[in-house]
Each structure stands twice: as C-alpha cells, then as structure tokens.
Design a protein around this ligand. Structure first.
Ligand code: NAD
Length: 491
C-alpha cells in the first residue's frame, strides 16, 4: 500500500515496506505497506496546505456533492471493502459491512451538512447595526486513527473536516493501512481535488511527526488513552485544537425487574461483538444479586453457542484478535483476573481448534466473583473478556458503573421507568443506553466520552459534534448607520 500525497499514490522515500498478515491466518500476507519517514509527512502536509487555499473557497454545497458521490462509490464497493476489512483486521463480514456502511451514511449526512453550515443572526443593541456568525474551516487537520473501525473511524474524521472546508492528512493504524487506502481511493474517485485528502502510512512515530508540523492546525485522534494524553500535551503546547477519543470500560447494569433474555442478548453482543475490540464494548456486567445465577446460566449458555473462526465464514460470530500482541494482552489479563481472585466461568484460553491454530483467536471469556476494584473491572482489556459483578440494589449498581476512570458508554436494563429516568441522569458517560447494550451508536448523534475517554469535543453528529470541532465561528458586526456607534456606551 502506497502513501497518497497530492493526488498521487507514491512509495515512501524510505524504500522500506512492512507486511501485514491476516489475523485469522498469520501465514497469509494481506498487504505490503510502504513505511513513511519525515519527508513524506512534510510533503503530505505541504500538499494539504496548498489545497486548503482552493478547497475552502469551494461553496460547501458543492463540496457536499463530491461527498455524496463518494457515498455512492462506497455503497457500490461495500462488499469488496468489507472483505478487505475482514482480511486485514479480522472482524466478521457482517460487522465489516457495517463498518463500511457507517462511512456511506457519513458521506450522505455530511453532504447534506454542506447546505446546513448555519451561523446565527442576532439584533444589535445599537440601531442600524446587525450581528451574524459564520463558520470557517481551520486548515490542515491531522487525523490519526486506530485499527478497530478501519473505514468508519477515518470517515468520522475526514468527512466532517472536508465539508467544513478543511484539508486532511490521515495517518491510519499500521494494522489497517490497506482498508484506509481503499476508503481514500473512493474519496479520490469521487473527484476530490489533489491534496485535499492525503494518507501517510507508518507507526506511532509518523503520527508524532505529523502533529508537530507547523501547517497542521488541528488534530483529531482516536486510540488508547496513553497515546491520546501525549497528543493532548503536544496540541496544547502547539496551541491547536484537538479531539481525542480514547479508551473505555463500559458496563451494562441488569436490575431484577429486567427482561433477562433481552439483557443476555445485549450482554453477548455488547461484550463479545467485534471480539470485544470496540471502544464501547461492555466489559462489565453489573447484575443484581437476586437474579445473578439465573442471568449467569443463560449467559453462559449463549456464550457456548458462539462460533469462533475466520470472519469470512458467514456462520462465525467471533473473529480473531487483531494481532498476537493483542492476544497476549488479553491472556495476561486472564492471569491477572485469576491472581486477583476472580473465578473463570468460561474461556480464558487461546482458541486453536478447527483450523484456527494459525490465527490470533481467543475464547470468549467470562469471569465471576469480580469486585469493582479489581484490575479486570477497571482497566480496558480490548478483547473478549467480560467481568460479572454482583450489585445489591439500584444505588449500588450506579456507583459501580460510575466507579472507573472512563466515561464512554453505560447501559441499563430495567422495566422501571423511574429507575431508567434516574439512570439517564446519574450515569457518568456520554452515551447512555436504556434496554439496549453499550454498542450501537448512530452517526447523526454526537459520539465520544468524558473522564479519561475524552474531553470537550465530540465525533459524528452535527451540532454539538464534529461540525463544531472542524469549524470555528467568526462574528461579523455590520454597522450601516454611517456614524460612530459605541456598544455599552451609546444609548
Ligand atoms: P493506539 O493508541 O495504540 O493507536 C492509535 C493511533 O495512534 C495509531 O494510528 C497509532 O499509530 C497512532 N500513534 C501511536 N503512538 C502515537 C504517538 N505517540 N503520536 C501520534 N500517534 C500515535 O490505539 P489502537 O491500539 O490503534 O486502538 C485501540 C484503542 O482505541 C483502544 O484503547 C480503544 O478504546 C480506542 N478507541 C476509542 C474510540 C473512541 O471513540 N473513544 C473508538 C475506537 C477505539
């Protein structure tokens, strides 16, 4: 996979390539990726800076037409792109199609936003004078993305940035550069002018170089909290806006009045969907003690039915982890859980049966007797490991759910409308689900977290979301009185 700079696919000046293997069968190479160096980043940023001067002057509805066309291209290539995602990242085809669909949806949504980049008008306190706000782009945006949503997350960043008139340099995860390239190709085929979107491949060091370029005027990052905090520091030092969407430790609360079967289905999808590799994955289940045993036995029953294997097999529900490192990390947490005194209900091992011995498969894992302070209940594992935590009552459940450093997604299953209403207010996360699992965000609502998951700005969703981050407000005062008027002084 080449870099994409100034409208051309080009090899890095380094001449170095890295192979990306199929996580379902590590003997198979899926792509060879050119490894960037500083000069490549500088060229990409310079191209984006040049393109910005033209792109920002193209009327937003016209920019929207290009994004709409990109949506059509992505829709037509959805199956092909989904297969690339499955081969490169491992998620099952059904979910890979959803990954591409998010980008399709975001194209159409942002195309429409091109006609809705509203400002405000307000009367002045002085006669013959008015005030309006207009939205302006920021400049070159650095987009740094993780591997778990190889097309959806780049689309969340790039499309809102573009509709507002910014240009972009994308640095995708080195695990998923191929998928990112396929997405960028669709944008290019839709007719984006050269330099408006660029892609540089490489590891974290390339991301670090990118955000330090003086022409980069904003950074949008999704990834781990550790890296996000470093990026925040650099952005503050450089005095540029940043949006960092980071880790999570999400939970589903199940109260004793809940529809247990519904809650079990939600727990399975929330905990084990995408093999637990979602920032919104439900890695904690907080269940009221009176229904704990019933809930657990139904849950284990469902977990045992999950089929593990290559994501290309349409009958499979659990694909591999993205890498051997990630599998080791998941297994380390299994040991940590056992050492802390949690009890393994099911799973906890590498999965090497039925042709899976060459992939990074891990059994869906459930711990019980987990206390809220244990590391497996506090730290993001990012794999198919779920902690079952007992709670006494509603109040206790809320305290446990809120008792981590993260604040992305929390869910509650209850039939009591009063409790649901209280939970909606008391849960400390940006996303709250009632009678639904922690995953399932839609692109037209803001997305992101609080605490160590995120700070001020939000992804997706228009107002209160990405449009607010990728545009800044200018206030225009127009005085048509023909005389000097002084605010706060003249009456
Ligand atoms: P990561 O932090 O290791 O890497 C993310 C990206 O940052 C990659 O492109 C990487 O190359 C780059 N990077 C690494 N070090 C860098 C540095 N010093 N400077 C600049 N860039 C650098 O994360 P990952 O393993 O790719 O993804 C998994 C993480 O992403 C999980 O913690 C998950 O919760 C999080 N995530 C969060 C959200 C959200 O919206 N909150 C969504 C998806 C994933």
């Amino acid at each position: 996979m080449l870099n994409f700079i100034d409208g051309e696919w080009v090899e890095s000046e380094s001449g170095r390539w890295v192979e990306r293997e199929n996580p379902a069968d590590s003997r198979v190479t899926v792509a060879k990726i050119t490894q960037s160096v500083k000069e490549d980043v500088e060229k990409a940023v310079a191209a984006a800076a040049r393109a910005f001067e033209k792109w920002r002057r193209i009327p937003a509805p016209r920019r929207g037409e290009i994004l709409f066309k990109a949506g059509e291209i992505l829709k037509n290539r959805r199956e092909e792109l989904a297969r690339i995602i499955t081969l490169e990242m491992g998620k099952i085809l059904l979910e890979a199609r959803g990954d591409v669909q998010e980008a399709v949806d975001m194209c159409y949504y942002m195309a429409g936003e091109g006609r809705r980049l509203y400002g405000e008008t307000t009367p002045s306190e002085l006669p013959d004078k008015d005030i309006k706000t207009i939205r302006e782009p920021i400049g070159v945006v650095a987009a740094i993305t993780p591997w778990n949503f190889p097309i959806a997350i780049p689309s969340w960043k790039i499309l809102p940035a573009l509709i507002c008139g910014n240009t972009v340099v994308l640095k995708p995860s080195s695990y998923t550069s191929y998928s990112a390239s396929a997405f960028i190709e669709c944008l290019n085929d839709a007719g984006l002018p050269a330099g408006v979107v660029n892609q540089v491949n490489g590891g974290g060091e390339i991301g670090e170089i990118l955000i330090k370029q003086s022409e980069v005027k904003a950074v949008s990052f999704t990834g781990s909290t550790k890296v996000g905090f470093e990026i925040e520091k650099t952005a503050v030092e450089r005095h540029i806006p940043f949006m960092c969407e980071m880790g999570g430790k999400n939970a589903i609360i199940v109260l004793d009045d809940a529809d247990i079967d519904l809650a079990v289905n939600g727990a399975v999808w929330g905990g084990y969907g995408t093999t637990g590799q979602r920032c919104t994955a439900a890695s904690r289940l907080i269940v009221q003690e009176s229904i704990l045993n019933k809930f657990k036995s139904k849950l284990v029953n469902e977990i045992k039915k999950l089929k593990i294997g290559s994501g290309l097999d349409e009958t499979v529900q659990i694909g591999p982890l993205v890498s051997e490192n990630q599998r080791r990390r998941v297994h380390d947490y299994t040991q940590i859980g056992l050492e802390e005194g949690a009890k393994l209900v099911t799973g906890g091992k590498y999965y090497i049966e039925g042709g899976c011995e060459h992939g990074y498969f891990y059994e869906p894992t459930l711990f019980e007797n987990v206390t809220p302070d244990m590391r497996i209940a506090q730290e993001e594992i990012f794999g198919p490991t779920v902690a079952l935590i007992q709670c006494e009552d509603f109040k206790d459940a809320l305290e446990i759910a809120n008792g981590t450093n993260y604040g992305l997604s929390l869910a509650i299953y209850t039939r009591d409308i009063n409790k649901a209403a209280i939970a909606e207010k008391e849960l400390q996360s940006t996303l709250v689900y009632i009678n639904a699992p922690t995953i399932g965000a839609e692109i037209h609502a803001p997305f992101g977290g609080i605490k160590n998951t995120g700070l001020l700005h939000k992804e997706a969703g228009g107002r209160g979301g990405a449009i607010d981050f990728y545009s800044r407000v200018k206030v225009v005062y127009r005085d048509y009185s023909g005389r000097l008027q002084r605010a706060q002084i003249d009456k």
